[in-house]
Ligand binder design. Structure first.
Ligand code: SAH
Length: 216
């Protein structure tokens, strides 16, 4: 992918990701390749590779690069995996996933954001992404089970439909906690057993839906 900012992305990998423990070479390669600046509005492009989240409209944000890399790495994706993402937003995390696995299913509740994300997928010729506008807290039963599930908005608990739609073995990552502070949680399903591991304290926008926070 030749699309500008190549050196900036390599610097991001070396300065923001490797020193903080992102070691999966496939994830580092994806972060060095996917043009993050194309996912934000033009005025914000010079800041697209900064060490912080940025607004994407509708009161939502694109996550900090390090958090995108950390969540992706925690899923230990294999080339043949099928992944469910809840919270497409601008589609940047989706694009990272799509370069690493076979098929990404992504759900976004705000239609205007999904429309923008789809334009980005077309622009980058990412053809292994299936998306829909819906409440993702109920998952996407039609395509379950998923080898991995990523939720990019914070909820009070892990939605039960997502636990059920996770394959065995399978890995899920999600920010879980209060509306203003969450713990980045990895849920592992293995031989019918569930185990949890907490990685880091984070602050995500709200997961709004039937198995998340109530819409105001
Ligand atoms: N991964 C995104 C992050 C977007 S912020 C990116 O890289 O840009 C989180 C997104 O989750 C927001 O766009 C928000 O609208 C969406 N969201 C919140 N609750 C949701 C739900 N129940 N189902 C689907 N999407 C939801």
């Amino acid at each position: 992918m030749k699309n500008g900012y190549e050196k900036t992305r390599l610097r991001l990998v070396e300065e923001q990701l490797v020193p903080r423990g992102i070691h999966d070479s496939t994830v580092l390669h994806a972060m060095a390749t996917v043009p993050r600046h194309l996912f934000v509005e033009e005025a914000l492009r010079p800041q697209a590779y900064g060490d912080f989240p940025l607004p994407i409209g509708e009161g939502q944000t694109i996550s900090q690069p390090y958090i995108v890399a950390l969540m992706t790495q925690s899923l230990a994706l294999k080339k043949d995996d099928r992944v469910l993402e809840i919270g497409t937003g601008c589609g940047y995390q989706t694009a990272i996933l799509a370069t690493l696995c076979r098929q990404v299913y992504t759900v976004e509740r705000i239609k205007s954001l999904l429309a923008k994300a789809r334009r980005n997928f077309d622009l980058l010729q990412l053809f292994n992404i299936l998306s829909k506008a819906d409440d993702g807290t109920s998952g996407w039963a039609k395509h379950a089970p998923f080898d991995a599930i990523i939720v990019t908005a914070g909820g009070p608990k892990i939605p039960q439909p997502l636990v059920e739609q996770l394959a065995d073995p399978g890995l899920m990552v999600m920010p879980v906690g209060e509306s203003d502070a969450q713990a980045l949680t990895v849920l592992q399903k293995n031989n019918g057993k569930l185990s949890r591991q907490i990685m880091e304290n984070v602050r995500f926008v709200k997961l709004v839906g039937a198995h998340g926070w109530q819409a105001k």
